[in-house]
Structure formats: C-alpha cells, structure tokens
Design a protein around this ligand. Sequence first.
Ligand code: URA
Length: 203
Amino acid sequence: MSLVQSLTNLAASLENCQGCELAQGRRHLVFGRGSPRARLMLIGEGPGADEDRLGQPFVGRAGQLLDKILAAAELPGDDTYICNVVKCRPPDNRLPNAAEVEACKPHLREQIRLIRPQLIVCLGALASQVLIGPQARITRDRGRWLQKGRMLIMPTFHPAALLRDESKKRPVWEDMQAVRDQYQALLRQEAGEPAGKTWPPTD
Ligand code: URA
C-alpha cells in the first residue's frame, strides 16, 4: 500500500472514533494537512472552533499567523505537514486532558511513523511534553534541538501565545530561523553538497 493510501486509510479509520469524550462534541475530526512526505512536521495541541467547523488544523487566527511565520522563514508549505496532539476539539478551547491525550497518542504516533519527518516543531507546552517527555518546559527548552532516532525535535511557543503576548514574537522568529537553517542543511546533505551546517547538528 502506498504511503498516501496508508495515511488516507488511517484518517478514514478515525472518522467515527469514539476513543475519548471529545468525540461527543466534535463536528469534524481534524486529522492533519500537508504533504504525506513532508520533511517538516508541526504539531499543535488540538483543534479550535474554526478547525472543528472546517475539519482542517490551524485555519483560525493562530493558524493564519503560523502560515505567515512559515512563509517569512521561507519554509516551503509543500514540504510541511501540520497536525495536533488530539484530533477533536476540546470544549471552550481548554487544553486536552491526560485521558484525551493518551487516547489520541497512538494516532499521532502512527502519523509520524508513516510520514517519517526529519524535523518536528512542537507548538506549545502540550506538544513538547508529548513528543519530548513530561520534563519538557517550553520557556526553558524552546529553540533547542533534541535528537530522537533520526528525527530532530524543537519546541517553540504556540502561535496562539504570540497573539496574546507580543514579546514571544522574537523568540519564535529566532526558532523558525533555526528550523530553516536545519531544513536547508538537510536539503544540502541530500544533494550531496558540503553540509555547511552539519546534519545531524552537534549542538
Ligand atoms: N490551536 C492548535 O493547537 N491547533 C489548531 O489546529 C488550532 C489552534
């Protein structure tokens, strides 16, 4: 089965998911958007009202800001995949609780296994703790790469946090420039060119 088919099948298998209580309030299960072969994956918390309505992740205000940041950092949209830790909207935009995260984790794990991104950016504390571990602290760890197998993972602030707090814009911009540098180093390495920056990075 092709990768695209496997990902489509996974999404289809979740359409009627009743794995946690969030199923009751959803309009759409929000699986993910972007290239199934993306080198770069961005992972948020869970769908908001706009995402629930449209069935696509990061299409509301925070998503529009995220798209602008990616474009400004010259990270190509056709080589990214965007999804969330939980696929259904938590009521009143609250954070998903531990049971909801646990119920949805296997689906995120499977998405990552199929897409095999080389770079993952965790948007906010929840995604960082799910991807890196409960010890992850967004304010302390943002901007730092962590290697896990063949993947490099970086936490940064969630775009919704930038909408609330302008002072987070600069750190996120610096983080995204670091993501762009690694992305370009990866392309150079794939092309057999001198790495310039090493891949995987040593620091
Ligand atoms: N916030 C998230 O974490 N994910 C979305 O899809 C939208 C807003």
